[in-house]
Design a binder for this molecule. Structure first.
Ligand SMILES: Nc1ncnc2c1ncn2[C@H]1C[C@H](O)[C@@H](COP(=O)(O)OP(=O)(O)O)O1
Ligand SMILES: [Mg+2]
Length: 193
């Protein structure tokens, strides 16, 4: 089974919280038939299930911290295997959050062919998240946790981008633009694969 995903196209979608990763991924799914796997959504689903593991995860996420690496990776891998037969490719959204996570992913699953870097200014991300928080019901869309998530993003995740830049697979899109314009740049990056 794991062999099947090895040959699939894997795209890492990286950007700060509220940069627009989920928004763009949704459009890629509609246009290209990729499978969208958001590590955050997988984790929140586990929390929603009420399991013991979910309860531990909830405590970590509410603080804005990163959950243990193996937990996230196992969940992503299971979800990929479940979709391996029908998927044209995978959008791995919100992962890797740190360089080590990327290295583990490659060891256990496979290599990404593209890193889509969804870039927005810090103040834009805060504004969008505060707005999203009005309706999202997400425990981490509040001012205090947002600040912590942003700090962690700059510290842990920006090095991920530098790491893959060294490999020449990073495509940066300006997510300050309106959603459809951002998507036209995203499409160009995917069409070039
Ligand atoms: N290019 C854009 N222009 C304006 N608003 C955008 C945007 N991209 C996303 N948004 C809005 C939609 C959401 O309410 C909020 C966060 O977007 P999201 O896709 O949920 O971000 P992420 O998944 O990166 O956390 O910002
Ligand atoms: Mg998201």
């Amino acid at each position: 089974m794991a062999d099947k995903i090895k040959d699939a196209k894997i795209i890492f979608v990286v950007g700060g919280p509220g940069s627009g990763k989920g928004t763009q991924c949704e459009k890629v799914v509609a246009k290209y038939g990729y499978t969208h796997l958001s590590s955050g959504d997988l984790l929140r689903a586990e929390v929603g299930s009420g399991s013991e593991r979910g309860k531990q995860l909830q405590a970590i996420m509410q603080k804005g911290d990163l959950v243990p690496l193996d937990t996230v990776l196992d969940m992503i891998k299971d979800a990929m295997i479940a979709k391996a037969d029908v998927s044209k490719g995978f959008l791995i959204d919100g992962y890797p959050r740190e360089v080590k996570q990327g290295e583990e992913f490659e060891k256990k699953i496979g290599k990404p062919c593209l890193l889509l870097y969804v870039d927005a200014k810090g103040e834009t991300m805060v504004k969008r998240l505060m707005k999203r928080g009005e309706t999202s019901g997400r425990a981490d869309d509040n001012e205090e946790t947002i600040k912590k998530r942003l700090d962690l993003y700059y510290k842990a995740t920006e090095p991920v981008i530098a790491f893959y830049e060294g490999r020449g697979i990073v495509r940066k899109v300006d997510s300050e633009l309106p959603v459809d314009e951002v998507f036209s740049h995203v499409s160009k990056a995917i069409d070039a694969l």
